[in-house]
Write a protein that binds this ligand. Structure first.
Ligand code: PEP
Ligand code: MN
Length: 275
């Protein structure tokens, strides 16, 4: 097999981010808006995510949108805007006691983003970008590595090894859904591949989390898919949260309320004790 031979580890690796541990018995909850849009919204949402029990704050600064005419994230507006948005993210995390994660969409963003975050996110669309993986890995920060929607599990693990081969084994894998099959309507944005969770755990030592938000694109499915992910053994969840989704400039249909996040976290913790 092509992957994991160079990892030189067995069992489960605990990836530590401050006091938070991915791969420990307690599941980790990453929450926050799809994008960082302004300081007030971010701080208000971050405070509510923390109160709901979230450990880590997310928020996109460089957004990988399908259309060039869609909101690209404040980071894409210019260097000053990028610094401003990253500063808000870091401040919100510090204020409410949460490490922060944001995506790097290209190599040119890695140096800047690494100055502000605790985890570097590589998005699904960039899973195959070897140069980006290597550049991000060299920052010596944990890397959250999302599966491409067209990638097999084997390919996903092969590409994760580009990060490990740089000497950075602090990799948090993330299942976020694959391209659905068939001609008709599928009713979800992608198809959540939950079997990937126990498979990855058997094949490698890395912790794997699930992102039910991008997998489904539907807020009414977040609770059931979150609990199913925990039952499948996921080390954590990344969930998009907004208390005023109608104001959001992206992914409004999938962001849940902080009150619902709180219920999901409580239910997930209970489930973990029996699953
Ligand atoms: C995200 O997590 O912000 C995101 C864009 O997800 P994905 O790369 O899985 O589409
Ligand atoms: Mn999103």
């Amino acid at each position: 097999r092509e992957y994991s031979s160079a990892y030189g580890e067995t069992g489960t690796r605990i990836v530590k981010v401050g006091d938070v541990q991915f791969g420990a018995p307690e599941p980790v909850f990453i929450a926050g808006p799809c994008a960082v849009e302004n300081r007030d919204d971010l701080f208000r949402i971050a405070e509510q995510c923390k109160a709901a029990g979230a450990h880590i704050l997310r928020g996109g600064v460089f957004k990988p949108r399908s259309s060039v005419h869609s909101f690209q994230g404040l980071g894409s507006a210019g260097h000053d805007e990028a610094i401003e948005a990253l500063t808000w993210l870091r401040e919100a995390g510090r204020t409410f006691g949460m490490p922060v994660v944001t995506e790097v969409r290209g190599e040119a963003q890695v140096d800047l983003v690494a100055e502000f975050v605790d985890i570097i996110q590589i998005g699904a669309r960039n899973m195959y970008d070897q140069d980006l993986l290597q550049t991000a890995a060299r920052k010596k920060l944990p890397v959250m590595f999302k599966r491409h929607f067209g990638a097999s599990v084997e390919e996903f693990l092969c590409f994760a090894e580009y990060i490990a081969a740089e000497g950075n084994k602090d990799i948090i894998l993330c299942e976020r859904g694959i391209v659905p099959m068939g001609k008709g309507k599928n009713y979800t944005r992608y198809m959540l591949d939950l079997a990937a969770v126990p498979v990855v755990q058997k094949e490698t030592f890395l912790p794997i989390i699930v992102d039910p938000s991008h997998a489904t694109g539907r807020r009414d499915l977040i609770r059931s898919m979150s609990l199913a992910s925990i039952a499948a053994g996921a080390a954590g969840l990344m969930i998009e949260v907004h208390d005023r989704p109608e104001d959001a400039r992206c992914d409004a249909s999938q962001m849940i309320q902080p009150s619902e996040l709180k219920e999901i976290i409580a239910a997930a913790r209970q489930l973990r004790t029996i699953a």
